[in-house]
Design a protein around this ligand. Structure first.
Ligand code: BGC
Length: 744
């Protein structure tokens, strides 16, 4: 305990009030003991400070959403954004900002993807850690949310994410783990949903065993707003603060749980102490922030993040004297943020059309609305006539607000029909066409091959109009890269068959194969791969060096690579390091083709070379081995791949890694599979439930081992496996081999 002297003086009622919040946005004050009340506000891209009893929030600066900032792959930039937000919190007397939001983008349909960072856990975790570091450097708390498996909005309060342990660890927990270990957020916010049958707000395993005991989390856990079911169970599990304040509803519940002995005073005191600690960690001080300075920072962050996806024949950058037809109402009314709790009452919005008029020769036609998917043939015709008089058409396209928000998911990934029709018709007429996209998540692009340029601006915050203009006209060289894969069509996405579940359960049947891990394993053609983005200059990758050719998994491997700007203008390159398991994977858990294990953004003048370095440790090579609940590095050859995207590997070197820990041969009786194999009467392992497919493995086992095991009819029951996924059968075969060896 950090504050035993305070906790010991609190009455039971005060303790209950402290773990139950105070109104919508505060913690409960106990003035007689010097425990202040702190205010928390949403996040994550600006302050949504709402006074108690009010619904409208104070004006503040709207930064780009997570869908865009993640494309910067720039840890320093996220830290700067965090610092600015921390300073704004100080000025607004807010003690904690409810962000960052880091759920993995499992499906492009998730309504909150615009808030989240990526399909990749390493990128997610590193960027979150930087954001947290920035905010907390100002003495202000953060709330890393929504822990965990809140990967959809459909029935978000009640669905049960049914996920295997390997996917949970490798994909869905790793981002939180990195952020917790690197930056110790003051709080984590648990999600609404259940994970494998248990509400996260009541999961001791998630809130205590993994979060605190394994990762060393020192902060407090707060509930998402209304995520508490049984408060006493939550307290016992490690949920310190229920939000919003529901002061007395839970009082008797907690008291009777204590009286009955299902909750102990010690468990309650532990949560109370964490709340007191949280309040004491917040360091309030007088501050002012300059709206204009932060507004300018939003623009710069957007400029560092916007992704150039296509640039045929260098149609971009536009020249000041190029006659440009700007089409689409997004030019006048940019879509800069998503809806729901992340919505910011903006300070000032840069309008793209006005900025473009300052930069070059521009004519405009509204073409289609920005706030709906209704469209009108005559407006499209006017836009086409307008484009015919210009050298280039720039279509400002995007998703209306009603398409994506907290609270619901999309049902498709199309742009409004009128936009697609206009773009295709422009290209059919041979009009050079650039599409600028303002959307919170993946869209399909039936016109991708036909257009000349594509700029993905996502939801770029209040400086977006200037940032987009600066990219289009080359005042800024684009340097963002995609933090998510753009599939060719929704049906290609690995979660397609199981999203959004049956209303109760959401099977995460694709397991670890999320995003590029899936598309690459299936050798699927995608529209734009993870990590992809173009520049107005070019980069040469050279001189990849590894510090070792052979290593133990406990060693650290240093990697260096030289990057040269071979073009005419200065630019920034995002250098990505992937690790690829090149061993024979038969008989052991399968692995993705490659996984991101490092990234750096490097700024280069024309002709300049810089050396980028990375350090890889055991975790960079490991997968999560469910049977021993630990990370395991198979002893084998790995490729260290340096790429400009996950599909554009420029250099590769191999290293042999030897495991210091292997899967013990003895099967653990408490594994699911162990249970399957046990004969309930004799408690001996049998082949009863196992295999009806001698061809796929059993025949390769030593005959004595088979004989030793087959004391019952080997066929009975094994037909069940006809319904299992290939991966599961693989796993089962692997378990069987382990068992057979053990028996030998
Ligand atoms: C959202 C959180 C948000 C909270 C408070 C919830 O509905 O899921 O992200 O911080 O409301 O507004």
């Amino acid at each position: 305990m950090n504050y035993p002297e305070i906790v010991s003086q609190l009455t039971l009622d005060e303790k209950i009030k402290l773990v139950t919040g105070y109104g919508s946005w505060h913690t409960y004050p106990v003035e007689r003991l010097g425990v202040e009340s702190i205010m928390m506000t949403d996040g994550p891209i600006g302050l949504r400070k709402v006074d108690e009893g009010e619904s409208e929030s104070h004006v503040s600066v709207c930064f780009p959403s997570g869908c865009l900032t993640s494309c910067s792959f720039d840890k320093e930039l996220l830290e700067k954004m965090g610092e600015a937000l921390g300073e704004e919190c100080q000025a607004y007397e807010v003690g904690m900002i409810l962000g960052p939001a880091i759920n993995i983008k499992r499906s492009p349909l998730c309504g909150r993807n615009f808030e989240y960072y990526s399909e990749d856990p390493l990128l997610t975790g590193e960027l979150a850690a930087s954001y947290i570091k920035g905010v907390q450097s100002k003495g202000i708390g953060t709330s890393l949310k929504h822990y965990t498996m809140n990967n959809q909005e459909y029935r978000r309060m009640s669905y049960d994410a049914v996920v295997d342990e390997r996917a949970l660890r490798e994909i869905y927990l790793t981002g939180y783990e990195i952020a917790v270990k690197k930056s110790q957020p003051y709080t984590l916010m648990c999600s609404y949903n259940l994970v494998n049958g248990e509400h996260t707000s009541e999961s001791k395993r998630l809130l205590t065993d993994i979060l605190r005991d394994e990762w060393g989390f020192k902060g407090a856990v707060i509930s998402d707003w209304g995520a508490v079911h049984y408060r006493d169970k939550g307290i016992a599990a490690g949920l310190d603060l229920e939000m919003p304040g529901n002061q007395w509803a839970n009082k008797d519940f907690i008291k009777s749980a204590i009286a009955e002995g299902s909750l102990t005073i010690d468990e309650l005191d532990t949560c109370v102490d964490r709340i007191v600690t949280l309040v004491k960690r917040v360091k309030k001080r007088p501050a002012v922030f300059e709206f204009d300075k932060d507004h300018d920072l939003t623009r710069r962050i957007a400029e560092e993040s916007i992704v150039l996806l296509k640039n045929r024949n260098d149609i971009l950058p536009l020249k000041p004297d190029t006659k440009v037809a700007v089409l689409g109402e997004f030019a006048e009314k940019p879509r800069i943020q998503g809806g729901g709790s992340a919505f910011i009452n903006c300070y000032a919005v840069d309008v793209t059309l006005e900025e473009m008029k300052k930069a070059g020769s521009v004519i405009y036609s509204k073409a289609f609305p920005s706030d709906s998917d209704k469209w009108d043939r005559s407006e499209l015709d006017k836009a086409i006539e307008c484009a015919k008089t210009a050298d280039v058409a720039v279509v400002m396209a995007g998703l209306p607000d009603s398409y994506e928000s907290e609270g619901f998911d999309r049902t498709h990934i199309h742009l409004p029909e009128g936009q697609n029709i206009l773009i295709l018709e422009l290209t059919e007429l041979g009009i050079p066409t650039v599409v600028v996209l303002q959307n919170g998540a993946v869209v399909d692009m039936p016109w991708a091959d036909a257009v000349d340029g594509i700029v993905e601006a996502y939801l770029a915050g209040e400086g977006s109009g200037t940032a987009i203009t600066n990219i289009l006209y080359g005042a800024v060289n684009p340097s963002g890269k995609l933090a998510e894969t753009f599939p060719r069509k929704l049906e290609d996405n690995p979660s397609f068959l199981n999203f959004p579940g049956d209303g109760y359960n959401v099977p995460y049947a694709e397991s670890i194969y999320v995003g590029y891990r899936y598309y690459q394993k299936k050798k699927m053609d995608v529209l734009f791969p993870f990590g992809f983005g173009l520049s107005y200059t070019s980069f040469l990758y050279d001189n990849l060096k590894l510090s070792k050719k052979n290593m133990l998994d406990t060693d650290v491997l240093s990697v260096s690579v030289d990057i040269t700007n071979t073009g005419e203008v200065s630019g920034k390159e995002i250098v990505q390091l992937y690790v690829s398991d090149h061993g024979d994977q038969s008989g052991r858990p399968q692995r993705p083709v490659r996984e991101l294990k490092g990234f750096e953004k490097v700024s280069l003048e024309p002709g300049e070379t810089k050396t980028v370095t990375f350090e890889l440790d055991k975790r960079s090579f490991a997968y999560y081995e469910e049977r021993i609940s630990d990370w395991i590095v198979p002893s084998t050859e790995y490729y260290i791949e340096i790429g400009a995207s996950c599909e554009d590997i420029r250099l590769s070197e191999s290293v042999n890694v030897e495991a210091t820990k292997t899967v013990p041969l003895k099967i653990r009786p408490d594994t699911v599979f162990g249970e399957l194999l046990r004969d309930p009467r004799t408690q001996k392992y049998t082949m009863d439930n196992l295999i009806n497919q001698q061809s796929s493995g059993i025949s390769s086992f030593p005959p004595e081992a088979i004989a030793a095991l087959m004391d019952h009819n080997p066929i009975r029951g094994l037909r069940n496996f006809g319904n299992e996924s290939a991966e599961r059968v693989e796993e089962i075969m692997y378990e069987l081999k382990t068992l057979v060896h053990d028996t030998e």
